[in-house]
Design a protein around this ligand. Structure first.
Ligand SMILES: [Zn+2]
Length: 211
């Protein structure tokens, strides 16, 4: 079975199970969506927020991009897919939470930390995109200069989440929502090997495991 055939078979299996479990589900969903939680996660195939959170269709408004990055607010008239999704989530859906979920073994963060010019040359879009996380790279080098590259990548994966959280606040609609208590921001880090989710604690500047 090809990868595409597996996709189709998987859908048909889901379709029959969903119809059996909740015959009205898609009729309800067709009316509209009212998710209260937005999740910004990496494209990585191992970190699907809906699967990890055991969420049903309609529950999570999910944005996935390389390395779960939020760019700073740049009203420059160019194409900003991530910013457009944020705008819709906050202004139209009026979500109550925005969760940035990073993860271990992130290829985007590895590309950023290895900074290999040959890799950058054949991946100009990734190279340019990952520059959003340059403050995370600099911070990592500052606090872990003597550590191995593998250890630095682990640290940078967490620092990237903090950069995205900070950049969220550069959007006026998000900063306002947070200020008046209508919107809450959260940072999560998924360690794949141990299947553990860590939550960022702003007061201690640490990621603590969720139990
Ligand atoms: Zn990743």
């Amino acid at each position: 079975m090809s990868a595409y055939e597996k996709f189709v078979t998987g859908f048909l299996d889901y379709q029959s199970k969903a119809a059996h479990a909740d015959p009205e589900l898609f009729a309800r969903l067709a009316v509209g969506q009212t998710p209260k939680c937005m999740v910004i996660a990496c494209c990585d195939s191992r970190v699907d927020p809906a699967i990890l959170a055991n969420a049903a269709p309609g529950e999570l408004f999910i944005l996935r991009n390389v390395a779960n990055l939020v760019p700073p607010c740049e009203p420059d008239g160019l194409y900003h897919g991530t910013s457009a999704a944020l705008e819709f989530a906050v202004n139209a859906l009026r979500v109550e939470y925005i969760v940035v979920m990073g993860h271990a073994s992130c290829g985007g963060v590895r590309a950023l930390m290895t900074n290999d010019p040959d890799i950058a040359e054949v991946n100009p879009f990734i190279n340019r995109w990952m520059r959003i996380a340059e403050p995370a790279r600099l911070r990592t080098i500052e606090i872990a200069a003597e550590q191995s590259l593998e250890h630095q990548i682990c640290i940078c994966e967490r620092e990237v989440i903090k950069v995205s959280l900070l950049n969220l606040l550069s959007f006026p609609c998000i900063a306002h929502g947070v200020k008046i208590g209508r919107l809450r921001l959260r940072g999560l880090y998924f360690d794949i090997a141990s299947a553990t989710l860590f939550q960022y604690q702003e007061n201690t500047d640490r990621f603590e495991p969720l139990r």
